[in-house]
Design a protein around this ligand. Structure first.
Ligand SMILES: N[C@@H](CCC[C@H](N)C(=O)O)C(=O)O
Length: 277
């Protein structure tokens, strides 16, 4: 069958977006992996699926698959592209869009300058929610990786994140520690790994090794997790500009118990059709 799709990106974190409101299709893990391949397929970090909502109070259901074919709970850059996509496709005219995800609901607001603000909900530091094998919630946890001890923040933005503070993201051991932590035994659902460099209370740099994808140009939930960790550590203060490899995001968070907001761009690259085999 022929499947219509749109290629989009949020700061270089790229997506294949498929409308399953007006099309019918079911994609297997193997098909997703083949489509994600940058040489033999379309190439993307995540596949985003637009579906009708199950809850009638919501506008759409938002499903996310990593390049390895695994379905995941949340994707921040994807959420901004999702908002642009459903409006461009005239699936809605709303500027405030309510979407259900695997772990809850997100509110997406398309701003006058076409950037999108996502209400990401409350970060959770509860190890059981992440999930993370630890008895208590600590601001910083000790972890052993390859016989070395490191300290890191651990939290959920709907999906799991571990945040390591580094002096310089350019020389951070992303390629070594990223895969080692992604599959660390204390993260039973695996984890996204952020490397955070503080620059000032309102500015930081970040690289993210994403679960199921590898290092990306930007990770929206990773930026939210890094800022929530930095604010809890009293090293950052809202609002924070996060510099990622692909560009900047603005994160606002008033602290524990409050919702966190992420604002940034969403770009359409091209539309296409692919034969599903
Ligand atoms: N790129 C994303 C996160 C996508 C999901 C993540 N790799 C996971 O497995 O949780 C973002 O912008 O948040």
């Amino acid at each position: 069958m022929l499947l219509h799709f749109t290629k989009m990106h949020g700061l270089g974190n790229d997506f294949m977006v498929v409308d399953l409101v007006t099309q019918r299709a079911r994609l297997s893990i193997d098909q997703i992996r083949r489509l994600a391949d940058r040489h033999f397929g379309i190439g993307f970090d995540q596949l985003l699926i637009v579906e009708p909502p199950q809850n009638p109070d919501m506008d759409f259901r938002y499903r996310i698959f990593n390049a390895d074919g695994g379905e995941v709970e949340n994707c921040g850059n994807g959420a901004r592209c999702f908002a642009r996509f459903v409006r461009d496709q005239r699936l809605t005219h709303k500027r405030e869009i309510h979407v259900e995800t695997q772990t809850g609901a997100l509110t997406l607001t398309v701003e006058d300058d076409d950037r999108v603000t996502v209400d990401m909900g409350e970060p959770s530091f509860d190890p059981a929610v992440v999930p993370f094998d630890a008895a208590d919630d600590h601001i910083v946890h000790d972890l052993t990786v390859d016989d070395a001890r490191i300290q890191a923040g651990v939290l959920s933005m709907g999906n799991p994140h571990v945040v390591l503070e580094v002096d310089d993201v350019d020389t951070a051991p992303v390629a070594r520690l990223g895969p080692a932590l992604e599959s660390h035994a204390r993260f039973p659902a695996r984890v996204n790994v952020g490397f955070l460099q503080y620059m000032s209370p309102h500015e930081a740099r970040l690289r993210v090794f994403e679960r199921g994808t590898g290092e990306t140009m930007a990770c929206g939930t990773g930026a939210c997790a890094a800022v929530a960790h930095g604010i809890r550590r009293e090293r950052l203060a809202s609002p924070v500009t996060i510099h990622l490899l692909g560009g900047d995001l603005t994160i606002d968070w008033a602290g524990p118990g409050q919702h966190l907001f992420m604002t940034g761009p969403a770009e359409r690259i091209f539309d296409g059709r692919v034969h599903l085999t």
